[in-house]
Write a new protein. Structure first.
Length: 134
């Protein structure tokens, strides 16, 4: 998806693609709870970097107070010249950013299992498809 879009060939794309490869690698290594948490880390970090790169490629300035996953989504919203609707921005804030923040900032929290991770991965893929189509 990313390799064929507007970021194709960009020097900053390979590390983003490696995040996805890391998700596959941890599938074989760790206990389920830790594996799920690491998968969330790698995929959301990849999405964060992909959205930042997309904004760079589209020459959309990113103020310092918008340098986060939530900020990038806002900048891709209609209120800032992007094409995501306000409803979509709020949806991705709730289904991706908020859930990721709980896992990353609250000790002891982790996805309940593979189903929850897959739901988050599907939400992130839907987000990427949508922002790359705009």
């Amino acid at each position: 998806l990313l390799s064929s879009g507007p970021m194709r060939g960009h020097v900053d794309l390979p590390p983003i693609l490696e995040e996805s490869e890391d998700v596959e690698r941890v599938n074989k290594l760790m206990p389920l709870k830790r594996r799920c948490l690491i998968q969330v880390l790698h995929t959301t970090r990849g999405l964060d970097s992909a959205l930042a790169l997309l904004l760079q490629v589209r020459r959309i300035a990113v103020p310092s107070n918008y340098r986060s996953l939530g900020g990038y989504l806002k900048l891709l919203g209609a209120g800032h010249g992007g094409r995501l609707t306000i409803r979509e921005v709020k949806l991705y804030q709730r289904t991706i950013v908020k859930r990721r923040n709980v896992y990353m900032h609250k000790a002891g929290s982790a996805p309940a299992g593979v189903g929850e991770v897959n739901t988050l991965l599907n939400d992130m893929q839907a987000c990427l498809v949508r922002v790359l189509a705009t």
